[in-house]
Design a protein around this ligand. Structure first.
Ligand code: FES
Ligand SMILES: [Fe+2]
Length: 392
């Protein structure tokens, strides 16, 4: 396994693995069981001890670029209202009116100078403070400072907006990423990119089955023989483990010409895809000329459901050197291909996996030595759950 080698060396390592028809590996095969994907008690612990304790990405900053832009997101513990502030910062609130608990904002996205509750028309400023109580001469005196929107810990870093889904937590994204992954993401200038498209898919599948599939370099030629399998090599991953997070380089088939011929000093960046796993629930794919972010969130109550979000982050039109039409067509086409593969190849397979996991006598299942990023995902989610376990 490699650790923190310069990128050209890591790409050369991927070529070496390809030549030897192997991949980076852990020492052991690990087992897991079907109840991990169906157990309501475990699902509750995951919501509280994972999503309620550690930062996860909720959006790219460009999705709410201007003051008063907002979006709403269902997180595992809270329905969240995310608002760009007048000073350029971002705040996250529980999307709920403090009067009698109506959902304050039911649009997924928009722009708003104040939020007005549909039930009795109390209103709130974008910074969450309670702005007006209707007919307040009859309502009675309350301490308005105590009845603003409930704020959730939120930070914008490396172009993404991160939150901890717990009003009592405090957030430190750099600390969570650790020095290695923080420096890696810092090197990508992700804040300079624009989110070309974002979409969410509600699937009848546990979030871990979903997340696992998008850390998996082993299924490509079998599950995607006519799409990704034609482009990327299967089961060849030059892998780095950073403790919580990890990443791996997978060679594209176009790299094959350099198996025989010496590439010299030429950059091999166009011949690889680099996958980053950001604990607890994101896959960030670095493609030769853009990034793709996949996030997976448990349903708030049902362990057999989840929501996946996909985002395509690309160089802005102004710096791309492309004509507007060309820029639009190019990324639109890319987006359509991604959607087709998801809907026609990954999702049906994963829905069936969930159905399989519903069997009472499923028996143990296995993650191979070659399934390195999946092993990290499993190891680290277990560690987070164990931290929250009562002392035995
Ligand atoms: S519930 Fe919002 S104003 Fe009454
Ligand atoms: Fe897949």
């Amino acid at each position: 396994m490699t650790k923190s080698l310069p990128r050209p060396d890591r790409i050369r390592r991927a070529i070496e693995l390809l030549r030897n028809e192997t991949t980076d590996k852990f020492d052991d095969v690990v087992t897991f069981s079907a109840h991990e994907f169906t157990d309501p008690e475990l699902a509750q612990r995951e919501r509280d001890l994972i999503f309620g304790e550690v930062p996860s990405i909720i959006a790219h900053g460009s999705e709410i670029a201007k003051p008063y832009d907002f979006m709403t997101v269902q997180m595992p513990r809270n329905n969240v209202l995310l608002v760009r502030q007048k000073d350029g910062g971002v705040k996250a609130f529980v999307n709920l009116c403090r009067h009698r608990g109506a959902l304050l904002e039911d649009n997924e996205k928009g722009r708003c100078r104040f939020f007005s509750c549909p039930y009795h028309r109390w209103s709130y400023d974008p910074d969450g403070s309670l702005r007006m109580i209707t007919r307040d001469n009859t309502f009675g005196d309350i301490d308005r400072g105590k009845f603003g929107l409930v704020e959730l810990p939120c930070e914008e870093r490396h172009g993404f907006i991160w939150i901890i889904d717990n009003a009592n937590a405090s957030i430190d994204v750099a600390g969570w990423l650790g020095p290695e992954m923080d420096a890696i993401l810092g090197g990508y200038d992700l804040a300079e990119l624009v989110c070309f498209r974002a979409a969410g898919f509600d699937e009848p599948t546990n979030w871990k089955i979903m997340q696992d599939a998008f850390l998996d370099g082993y299924h490509i030629q079998y599950a995607h023989p006519n799409s990704a399998g034609k482009i990327i090599h299967t089961n060849v991953m030059a892998f780095e483990d950073f403790g919580r997070h990890c990443r791996f380089i997978a060679p594209r088939k176009s790299i094959d010409r350099w198996l025989e011929e010496d590439p010299g000093d030429r950059s091999l960046d166009p011949y690889v895809t680099e996958t980053h796993f950001l604990l607890p629930n994101s896959t960030l794919l670095r493609q030769p000329d853009h990034f793709q972010l996949l996030t997976f969130r448990p349903h708030p109550t049902d362990p057999t459901k989840s929501r996946m979000e996909q985002r395509l982050m690309v160089p802005r039109l102004e710096v791309s050197g492309m004509a507007e039409d060309h820029w639009n067509n190019r990324w639109e086409k890319n987006w359509e291909i991604l959607l087709t593969v998801l809907h026609s190849e990954d999702f049906p397979l994963l829905r069936n996996s969930q159905q399989g996991m519903g069997s009472a006598d499923a028996g143990d299942m296995l993650l191979g030595r070659n399934e390195t990023a999946n092993q990290v995902f499993r190891r680290e989610t277990k560690r987070l759950l164990a931290k929250g376990a009562p002392p035995s």
